[in-house]
Write a new protein. Structure first.
Length: 148
């Protein structure tokens, strides 16, 4: 069972931190489908990953976006911090830093086939019907509530 909190719950033990980037274009969000050979294979989620040692969440979001999609955001002012969620899974507790980038035109997406097998510019309706990674639907609700 996954629990997601907006504020740090009592006895929360952060083991790691992740950053995710909600890339917006044409009123849709970029989703990546995980490779069948990876954990949660076949599930969809936004470009995201663990922070490296000493890395700031902002830089991790930008790095993960580039590594997973080939998209490099040159104008860093376009990357907006939304919020941090506290995620509690049965065997790990971690911070999930949420960022968004709004694009004026659709970029070329280049996937690393070891990590992802497909991508989709997803509408809200698509998101309701896709098999998402664990906790992603709740994270999308937080994304929408932070998205002004």
């Amino acid at each position: 069972m996954i629990q997601i909190f907006e504020t740090q719950p009592e006895n929360f033990q952060t083991k790691l931190q992740c950053a995710g980037c909600y890339l917006e274009w044409n009123e849709k969000i970029l989703l990546l489908q995980r490779s069948e050979k990876s954990s949660e294979g076949g599930c969809w989620g936004v470009p995201a990953g663990k922070l490296e040692s000493g890395e700031e969440p902002f830089h991790a979001a930008k790095r993960e976006l580039f590594e997973e999609t080939g998209i490099n955001i040159q104008d860093e002012s376009r990357i907006q911090f939304l919020k941090t969620l506290y995620i509690r899974k049965p065997h790990v507790e971690y911070l999930y830093h949420m960022f968004k980038v709004h694009l004026d035109r659709g970029p070329e997406v280049v996937l690393d086939p070891k990590e992802h097998q497909d991508y989709l510019w997803a509408s809200n309706e698509d998101i309701k019907n896709l098999k998402l990674m664990a906790g992603a639907k709740v994270a999308f609700q937080h994304y929408r509530s932070s998205n002004f």
